[in-house]
Ligand binder design. Structure first.
Ligand SMILES: Cc1cc2nc3c(=O)[nH]c(=O)nc-3n(C[C@H](O)[C@H](O)[C@H](O)COP(=O)(O)OP(=O)(O)OC[C@H]3O[C@@H](n4cnc5c(N)ncnc54)[C@H](O)[C@@H]3O)c2cc1C
Length: 369
């Protein structure tokens, strides 16, 4: 008999870890797939290198690497074990596996099969050894990848990190590239911010930045600004500068990004650097499913975090949690909250019996005055 987990959780960031812990807490047997050792996808929080995350529940100021370790430690409280229930032995708790999800297939109404890479992906993304795991439900918590600015990139280099090594060097530091105005805006109160991006989309960063500073320059990096007249007017009204020059190189010192050398020879200096070049959901392994994406590229889900298909119907057995869900805050506390919801919903769907279709309140106990 092949082993069938109650819940397969894909992604071990805050969303997936919480989903796994919540389901295991209801005596479910959970496989928690962690891609961080076999791929460069380490979860968004990991990239917070010297900037401490200060607004996550329970954790005092913590950098990305410490946070990933703490999440891993948390799952130890729900070890994989045999329990006796209703006279039968069965498995409960969390098994962690290092693996990168490649393909999810529905075998029948009650079984999914997940294929995942168990060896580090090669430098050009080639897959080595793989294995499969089966589950009755799935929680997708694999997050998204941020787009990076096209500055000092080398198209001939196949490796992502070589291509973007300068960008990565400056990312996640207090004076480096920031990806989230809500997370890192507090580091630059009343300072001059560079915001790199185009279109009305980038206005959200400028709008968020008003909590911290009024000194903002939007740099389009050589592209037309692409903003609608209303957004452009709003920028002008707020005194936000717009620079459509091409950025040729970073000007930096150590891990500190100081400014940009522009193609026209100017040197521009700023105190903080925010970028929003769009994002991409990490959901290639769902290619067999008719999943629906919202305008931001993330998974459309119901209020109960069921993944929706293109006609708006829930896909049975499939939930999602964290950043990959469209319309979420893209912050740690909201990833925990949706992870809890998705983990419990997946767990509840496995109950042997449901409440009667019509359920009234019966006689309520009297309230004590
Ligand atoms: C630089 C930076 C600083 C931030 N600072 C803050 C902050 O101060 N406060 C705050 O609240 N939020 C902050 N955030 C946002 C926060 O990190 C995210 O909202 C949060 O990590 C989302 O959790 P998640 O579990 O949904 O996704 P992630 O944390 O991105 O985790 C996704 C997981 O899925 C795995 N994965 C991806 N693809 C696959 C696959 N194919 N197979 C298996 N696993 C896969 C990854 O390895 C990863 O472990 C910051 C983000 C960044 C980038």
């Amino acid at each position: 008999m092949r082993e069938v987990f109650d819940v397969l959780v894909i992604g071990a960031g805050p969303g997936g870890t919480q989903a796994a812990v919540s389901a295991a807490h209801q005596m479910r047997h959970v496989l928690l797939l962690d891609a961080s050792k076999v791929s460069r996808r380490r979860g968004r929080a990991y990239w917070s290198k010297t900037v401490k995350i200060e607004d996550a529940p329970v954790f005092a100021g913590i950098t990305g690497a410490q946070f990933a370790k703490a999440l891993q430690g948390w799952t130890v409280g729900q070890p994989e074990r045999t329990i006796r229930r209703g006279g039968e032995e069965r498995m409960a708790g969390i098994r962690r596996a290092d693996g990168f999800a490649l393909d999810l297939e529905r075998l029948d109404d009650r079984t999914f099969e997940l294929t995942y890479a168990t060896e580090a992906l090669s430098r050009d993304g080639q897959v080595g050894a793989t294995t499969t795991a089966r589950g009755r439900t799935v929680v997708v918590a694999s997050g998204f990848e941020d787009g990076w600015p096209d500055i000092e990139t080398n198209d001939s280099a196949a490796r992502m990190y070589r291509k973007y090594q300068l960008v990565y060097r400056y990312a996640g530091n207090s004076r480096g590239w920031h990806l989230c105005i809500r997370c890192d805006g507090h580091l630059h109160v009343d300072e001059h911010l560079a915001v790199v991006g185009v279109g009305d989309y980038i206005f959200e960063v400028v709008q968020g930045a008003q909590d911290f500073t009024d000194r903002i320059t939007v740099l389009t990096n050589g592209r037309p600004h692409g903003m609608s007249p209303q957004v452009l007017a709003a920028l002008r009204e707020r005194g936000t500068e717009l620079d459509e020059g091409k950025i040729e190189a970073h000007i930096g010192q150590g891990l500190n990004l100081l400014g940009f050398r522009m193609a026209d020879g100017r040197e521009l200096f700023f105190d903080g650097f925010f970028v929003d070049e769009g994002l991409k959901a990490n959901d290639e392994f769902l290619h067999r499913f008719d999943v629906a994406h919202a305008d931001d590229g993330l998974l459309r889900c119901s209020a109960d975090h069921e993944v929706l298909d293109s006609s708006g119907e829930p896909i049975p057995g499939l939930w999602a949690a964290g950043d990959i869900v469209a319309g979420e805050r893209n912050l740690i506390a909201s990833a925990f909250a949706s992870g809890q919801d998705a983990g419990l919903e997946a767990s509840d769907s496995l109950r042997r019996w449901a409440a009667p279709a019509e359920i009234g309140t019966g006689d309520l106990p009297p309230h004590a005055d």
